[in-house]
Design a protein around this ligand. Structure first.
Ligand code: HEM
Ligand code: HEM
Ligand SMILES: [Fe+2]
Length: 467
């Protein structure tokens, strides 16, 4: 660690992983409820557990992004963080607010939670991913503002690099677009229209900047390739992300009551959305091929390469699969959507956060550059278990989705929704089994930080020595 204040990233990363475990446990609960309908009923109904699953995902990814920024920005800016104290204070505020919100979901019926938190005064609740009570949303904005101030001041007073500026633009965009969570028009077409400005413009817009900059940072550090090369890649990737992703929002406007021209605009522009993801894949392989040093943290490099590949598969390939209006007409809101949602979120954003944690955590734990060889072996096992499990979850859901679309929407004698669901039950069981393997992988990821702690430092080659 080059700067003391980078250490504030550590609690953010630990909280992220803790909440990740919670997310997966709730994923397993709803996965089981799919096949054993009254599992945990009435204690934890499906709609509540689903909300906890998706909200925990978003919250832990935000913890991860903030931790990444607190780690990366001082090193890029070549100075200490503007205010480490503020960063720690915000950590606790965010953690307590997050925990209270999840407890609220679990302990109070949702309508009661809305009443308790004064949703009537400024209604923002009840929409997927944005279910948080309005007060929690206000809390998120306060934490985001303090965070952006802290990061912004550090960059302003220090060295300005393309990597940290792109990260900052991505994070400012994330906060600005979140403000649409407070806009909740009565008209349901308008409501859906702007809901996507948060959800789509996050994952297919500003979050891509965050992902590209973290990926670039880890690759610069581990390969020693010149910044000039990396920066040229970043400019083109970011330009392509915006050119395709902004109008690409139209792929959500096909059937919600918006004008018909969106079927053309949405299809054409979103069909090009895989390009920036593919460029990130090429970029990552290019960097590793041109490497000028052999960094001892092999696990972090594996995560970085894995991110570049899996993001392209999940977002690029599985996104393209159902993005053209004539295809989406049949697949909309089916298990195809869920298959894509899982692999895209995992491949792009889960994996990039695990990459930066894998790279930074050993140094924050007092290692020179990497964990011991034994620890890295365990971590690589966790990489393969989680990644292969997610590939299977995606494949099973895709199979379920194809059957669902055929039986329920395409065949000459379409079946009712629930009859179809009964017929594809097998795939839901297989998804659940893959989910258990995923959890084992996650447990190994955590274990890897405790394994081989006492191995001799000799196991770790000095970065500079091998440069
Ligand atoms: C990492 C980036 C991405 C993530 C995390 C992501 C995630 C998701 C999620 C969670 C949904 C379901 C939303 C809901 O209805 O609740 C969704 C829907 C969709 N995504 Fe993505 N996505 C990404 C990139 C892409 C790309 C690049 C494309 C196109 C090439 C795409 C095409 C679609 C389409 C067409 C839908 C609507 C499906 C439907 O009609 O039911 N996505 N995405
Ligand atoms: C890192 C891993 C995971 C990520 C990123 C993730 C992400 C998501 C997302 C974005 C959704 C909303 C999807 C949509 O509306 O289309 C979702 C729903 C869901 N997830 Fe996960 N999830 C993960 C792991 C799991 C696991 C391990 C299981 C269970 C085995 C699981 C089971 C479910 C179920 C059953 C739903 C509800 C689907 C529905 O409403 O029909 N997830 N997850
Ligand atoms: Fe989208």
């Amino acid at each position: 660690m080059q700067y003391q204040s980078q250490a504030v990233a550590k609690p953010y990363f630990i909280a992220a992983i803790g909440l990740f475990v919670g997310q997966i446990l709730f994923g397993l609960i709803i996965g089981l409820q799919y096949v054993v309908g009254d599992f945990l009923f009435p204690e934890i109904p499906f709609n509540v557990a689903r909300m906890v699953h998706t909200n925990l995902l978003i919250v832990w990814l935000l913890f991860g992004f903030m931790g990444a920024a607190y780690y990366l920005v001082p090193e890029e800016a070549e100075r200490e963080l503007h205010s480490p104290g503020l960063a720690i204070l915000m950590f606790w505020i965010f953690l307590v607010a997050g925990a209270l919100t999840v407890l609220g979901y679990l302990l109070v019926p949702y309508a009661g939670l809305a009443e308790m938190t004064g949703n009537a005064l400024w209604p923002t609740m009840g929409r997927e991913f944005l279910e948080q009570p309005t007060v929690t949303k206000v809390g998120i904005v306060i934490v985001a503002l303090a965070f952006l101030f802290n990061i912004g001041m550090t960059i302003l007073k220090g060295r300005k690099t393309v990597v940290s500026l792109i990260l900052l633009i991505g994070l400012v965009g994330l906060a600005l677009l979140f403000l649409f969570a407070f806009y909740n028009p009565e008209n349901i077409v308008m409501d859906k229209f702007f809901w996507w400005w948060v959800v789509h413009l996050w994952v297919e817009g500003v979050w891509e900047l965050i992902m590209a900059s973290i990926l670039a940072f880890v690759l610069i550090k581990t390969t020693g390739v010149d910044r000039e090369v990396v920066e040229k890649w970043l400019y083109v990737i970011i330009a392509m992300a915006f050119i395709t992703g902004i109008i690409g929002t139209g792929h959500h406007y096909y059937w919600i009551g918006t004008p018909e021209y969106w079927q053309w605009w949405g299809s054409i522009f979103s069909a090009m959305e895989p390009i920036p993801f593919f460029m990130m894949t090429i970029f990552a392989f290019n960097m590793v091929n041109r490497r000028r040093r052999n960094h001892p943290n092999k696990a972090a490099i594996l995560w970085a390469m894995g991110t570049a590949v899996m993001a392209f598969l999940g977002a690029g390939v599985w996104g393209f699969l159902h993005t053209l209006a004539p295809v989406n007409y049949f697949t909309h809101g089916s298990q195809i959507t869920a298959a894509h949602g899982h692999m895209a979120f995992y491949g792009a954003y889960v994996m990039i956060v695990l990459t930066i944690i894998s790279y930074a955590m050993p140094m924050m734990n007092g290692r020179k550059a990497a964990n011991s060889a034994r620890s890295q072996v365990v971590e690589m096992w966790s990489f393969w278990l989680m990644t292969v499990a997610m590939v299977f979850i995606t494949l099973f859901l895709t199979a379920a989705g194809i059957l669902q679309v055929y039986l329920q929407r395409f065949s000459d004698s379409p079946l009712p929704f629930m009859v179809t669901q009964d017929k594809i039950e097998l795939f839901y069981w297989l998804r659940e089994i893959s989910g258990v393997v995923f959890l084992i992988g996650l447990v190994l990821y955590i274990a890897s930080f405790f394994v081989g702690k006492d191995d001799p430092e000799a196991a770790i080659t000095d970065v500079e020595a091998t440069a």
